[in-house]
Design a protein around this ligand. Structure first.
Ligand SMILES: NC(=O)c1ccc[n+]([C@@H]2O[C@H](COP(=O)([O-])OP(=O)(O)OC[C@H]3O[C@@H](n4cnc5c(N)ncnc54)[C@H](OP(=O)(O)O)[C@@H]3O)[C@@H](O)[C@H]2O)c1
Length: 289
């Protein structure tokens, strides 16, 4: 089976390529090797490679920058999956397309089901929502739209790596406590992607995160506690809660973005790992333990 991964230099792209099941041939293409927003490039590359499955991790993921660059974000987040879905249709491939909790407005008080109405608050979520719609329309029977949230990994810049850096550089830190979601190790979602690849009979919109929910503030406190215990930090600092209003980011973020993953659990027969357990495993790997 030939599996082609777009956005191969991103944190999920790197995680997929580093953790492919034995015997699987994954072809990773980064932005320079395949620009998903270029329809002709996508069409000709897919014709050449003839993949059985395309996993689209490529994204314009700078949430705040997207507010002032919505056209650029749309080319990647909506045009990219549209091009990939058309090319997948032409070569008979499946498409597993990654999407986000930011397609929701965060006004819910219980986990969002995969068929909950999308109502994005900003440009990133809006363009990702458009991308999802293209995939569902062009490839209804051969695509999985897989939403996840609060991703972190040992690769690139993400909340965990940023917190660890700031905890070494600063004496105190202020972190927002009025946004609630489910921190998710990229390796958890990679395993689910591999499970979807192994099930060509499944198509549709699905959710996956690690289990449980927390605020960014409590997530930061647990990161510090675990990293200190593992010797990744040689001191602890004061972490104080602030509200999103105090933080002044360009983009509004959903206040509550917990995703209901039960259909993925039942259709794939998987178990969600508590987010604290995944965080510890990722930090242990970083500490070489
Ligand atoms: N990170 C999160 O918290 C989070 C949460 C929910 C869902 N997701 C979704 O999960 C997926 C993976 O996210 P991630 O965290 O791995 O993102 P990431 O680290 O930002 O990786 C995205 C990759 O896509 C590449 N890219 C940008 N424009 C491209 C283009 N036109 N053609 C090809 N590649 C392009 C980027 O390359 P450059 O760096 O060179 O631009 C980057 O390597 C995305 O669909 C994202 O929307 C992420």
């Amino acid at each position: 089976m030939r599996v082609l991964v777009t956005g191969a230099q991103g944190q999920l792209g790197q995680t997929l390529l580093a953790n492919a099941p034995p015997g699987w041939a994954l072809l990773g293409l980064d932005r320079l090797q395949l620009d998903v927003s270029d329809a002709e490039q996508v069409r000709s590359r897919m014709e050449l490679e003839q993949p059985d499955v395309i996993v689209n991790t490529a994204a314009y993921s700078a949430v705040d920058l997207a507010e002032s660059n919505e056209t650029d974000a749309r080319q990647v987040n909506a045009g990219g999956p549209q091009n990939l879905a058309r090319a997948a249709h032409a070569v008979g491939a499946r498409l597993i397309h990654l999407s986000t909790d930011f397609v929701f407005d965060g006004h819910a008080t219980s986990p969002y089901a995969p068929d909950a109405a999308m109502h994005p608050l900003g440009a990133y979520g809006r363009t990702k929502a458009e991308g999802e719609q293209h995939v569902r329309e062009i490839l209804p029977d051969r695509a999985v739209v897989l939403r996840t949230a609060w991703l972190y990994s040992e690769y690139g810049g993400n909340f965990v790596s940023t917190m660890l850096r700031m905890m070494t550089e600063r004496d105190e830190l202020m972190v927002v406590d009025d946004q609630v979601g489910s921190p998710t190790w990229a390796r958890s979602i990679a395993d689910v992607i591999f499970a979807f690849i192994a099930r060509p009979d499944i198509a549709g919109t699905y959710h996956w995160t690690d289990a449980g929910q927390t605020s960014w503030y409590d997530f930061a406190r647990v990161i510090q506690q675990e990293a200190f215990a593992l010797g990744l930090l040689d001191k602890t600092i004061d972490i104080r809660p602030v509200s999103s209003g105090d933080y002044q980011a360009a983009a509004n973020r959903p206040a509550y973005s917990v995703l209901d993953c039960s259909s993925t659990v039942s259709d794939l027969g998987l178990v969600q790992v508590p987010w604290q357990q995944s965080l510890r495993a990722m930090l242990q790997a970083s500490a070489g333990q």
